[in-house]
Structure formats: C-alpha cells, structure tokens
Design a binder for this molecule. Structure first.
Ligand code: UT7
Length: 355
C-alpha cells in the first residue's frame, strides 16, 4: 500500500530575538503578563530587505531537500501555507520556486490559506497527490512573517505579543514500507465565526459580511461609483489594517477542538492517546497545549512545546516544532507522531504519522 512519508525536514527562524521586555517599549504590557497567559518568553522577527515569508520558507526548504537526499529539480509540486504572504498575489509558492532556482515548469505551486491549520491541510493535500501516484517529491512549506503586519501599540497588544516569524518545510515521498508514513489526516471547518480571528482589511468584502451580521463597523466607504473598497484612508487612519482576535472565544473553542480532532484520528487508526510517542500541537498558546496534554492524559515527554522561544508562528509552528523534535532525537524511526491544529476560519485538523 502506497503511503506518504516525511523524507526530509528543515526549519529556519530569523536571527533577531525580540523579548517580552522589548515589547514593553512600544505598548503597555509586561513580561509577567505575557508569560503567565501564553508561556511566551521571546519571538523572532525578520529583517526588511533581507527576509520575507517566501525567503524564510526557501531556507527551510533547502535544508529539507538536502536531508531528503534529493536535488531541488526533483521537486514536482510545491505547497505553501501562510497567512502573511509577500504579496497579496501572486502567492508564495512561485516566489519560493524562483528563490530556490527551480526553472523547470513541469511543476505545480499551490498556496493555501488556512492559517494555523495550514500545514495540516497542506499535508493532507500532499498525501492525496502522493497516494494517487501523481507526485513523487512534494515540498510542503509553512512560513510566516507576522512582524511586518502587527499593530505595535497598546490597542494591538492582545494579538501582537503572541506572534512571531519563522518557517518550516518537509519533503514528502511515497513509501511502501509496511505501517510507515501518514496513517490519516482529519480536516474540519466552521465559517460561522470567521471574524473572531481575522485580518479583514484590505480586502474585497465591501462591508457585506459585517452588514449581514449586524456588526456596526464603519469601513469609511465613500460614494465613488467605482473602486476604493479594497483599502481607504479611513481604514489606515483608524488602524483597521491589522489582525484582530477575540482571544477568549478562540481559546475556549481551541481547547475543545484539539482533543476532539486528535481522538478522531486515533480512533480511525485503532489507536489510543497512550500510543502517541510525540504530539506536536500548533503552538497557539502554552496554556492551550498544557490543557490538551492533560485532557489526553499525556506525559510531558509526549508533547513538544517551543512557543516559549518563537511565539505563535501560525502555519510555520508545526513544521518548526516537528523539526526541532526530530533534531533533538525526540522523534525517531518507528515513532507515532500526532500533529494537531486549530485556528482562524475556524479551521482545524490532525494527522497521524508513523516515522
Ligand atoms: O493560533 C491561532 C489561534 N489563537 C489562539 O489560540 C489564541 C487563543 N487566545 C489566547 O491565547 C488568549 O485569549 C490571549 C493570550 C490572546 C489573551 O489572554 P486572556 O487571558 O484571554 O486575556 P483577555 O483577552 O481576556 O484580556 C484580559 C486582560 C484585558 O484587560 P481588562 O479588560 O481585564 O482590563 C486585556 O486588555 O488583559 C489585557 N491584555 C493585556 N495586558 C497586558 C490583553 N493583552 C495584553 C497584553 N499585556 N499583551
């Protein structure tokens, strides 16, 4: 039976370390508050003119490709997950292709917009392509450059302190080795609460969703016959061009959906939480991961957390954490690894992989 295995993995984080105390220079917050509520001590920020979401993804991809023992020209499909693309369009997949120096055009590049669950969604897509025999080397990348789009004021503190920059990548290949590879992936979505964690403007929404939901939000639209709905001065003057989040609402759903979707995958595979060698949850908030660990009855050595060092890197968080766990020898040949994510959309998902 053809399954999908991780043949190579890599990650990249920018050099610049930003501590909680550094953030107190631009907003009313404290190291104590951030650590107590999120577990985060520091995060990395990319540097203008030097790093972007796609270049960080490329650096991670280069490591994954080398570790897979293939050449970049062997890649036949690119999947790029991010919510902070270099450009609104085209997507980061083609920018990564160019940065990697892949000039052959017999290759597809797909961008996916599933925020925190982007990597799990990407893995599921890659898995279908590989199991069907269509592709032999799929490059899956999760990367984020949050620091270029956060609100560095007290108003934006509940969002800004959480997020960090970085990238992770895997090369996925077919395997016929008994019991090895991706055992299952589970994907979910619920658009009911799309605006609870969202980056609304610029966008083409034209106020539609807010009108329909009775949300009294003034986007400052004028009476021009054409244009101006994407981004206007009112939005900029009122700091509406930043992400927003109802933190507690998201938190409550996250702690419910993580265990549900993990159990769903385990049940399908005929396994239990005790069979998990390593759970690599999306690094949303250390308190969420600890809650999930307790709910699943997992020991400390069965869960990988690195949010303390990097903050929440959204689509990059799972591949960065998985890469670090693998590099530390905490994920070895034969181990059962569970990936799980929940985030904006809402979308959530899980994957079980036998290494
Ligand atoms: O990865 C995608 C999914 N995202 C998540 O899973 C995030 C889920 N949510 C969370 O992690 C938490 O809700 C947060 C960390 C975002 C916020 O923690 P919280 O314990 O839920 O705080 P809160 O939003 O209820 O705010 C409590 C208080 C408020 O002050 P008042 O109204 O009680 O006076 C906030 O204004 O904390 C204040 N606050 C802050 N204070 C200092 C909010 N952010 C900060 C801050 N520093 N950075």
């Amino acid at each position: 039976m053809l399954r999908t295995k991780i043949a190579g993995i890599g990650h990249y984080v920018p050099e610049k370390v930003v501590t909680n105390n550094d953030l107190t220079r631009v907003m009313d917050t404290s190291d104590e508050w951030i650590q107590e509520r999120t577990g985060i001590k520091e995060r990395r920020y990319g540097t203008k003119h030097k790093e972007t979401t796609s270049t960080m993804g490329t650096r991670a991809a280069e490591i994954a490709i080398e570790r897979a023992g293939i050449q970049k020209e062997d890649i036949d499909f690119i999947i790029f997950a991010t919510l902070s693309p270099d450009y609104y369009f085209p997507g980061c997949g083609v920018l990564l292709q160019r940065e990697l120096g892949i000039t052959k055009t017999e290759i597809g590049a797909l961008d996916i917009r599933n925020q925190c669950s982007g990597f799990v969604y990407g893995l599921s897509i890659a898995d279908q392509f590989i199991k069907s025999g269509m592709y032999k080397n799929v490059l899956l990348v999760g990367a984020e450059m949050h620091s270029m789009g956060l609100e560095f004021t007290t108003k934006g503190r509940n969002v800004t302190v959480i997020f960090g920059d970085g990238a992770g990548a895997v090369v996925l290949q077919p395997t016929e080795e008994e019991g090895k590879g991706v055992l299952t992936t589970k994907l979910h979505s619920d658009g009911t609460y799309a605006e609870k964690l969202a980056f609304i403007s610029p966008g083409s929404h034209g106020g539609y969703h807010h009108d329909k939901m009775g949300l009294d939000t003034d986007f400052g639209f004028g009476d021009e016959e054409f244009g101006e709905i994407f981004l206007n001065h009112h939005m900029i003057d009122n700091n509406m061009h930043y992400p927003n989040m109802e933190g507690q609402f998201v938190f409550k759903l996250a702690v419910q959906k993580f265990p549900e979707v993990i159990m769903e995958a385990l049940t399908e595979a005929g396994l239990t939480p005790a069979d998990i060698d390593m759970l690599v949850p999306h690094q949303a908030n250390l308190r969420i991961s600890q809650f999930v660990q307790k709910r699943m009855g997992l020991r400390d050595d069965q869960v990988w957390n690195n949010i303390q060092k990097y903050g929440n890197t959204t689509a990059a968080s799972i591949p960065i954490a998985l890469c670090e766990a693998w590099e530390a020898g905490a994920v070895k040949e034969g181990d059962l690894v569970c990936l799980a994510a929940f985030g904006s959309g809402f979308t959530w998902g899980s994957a079980l992989i036998r290494f």
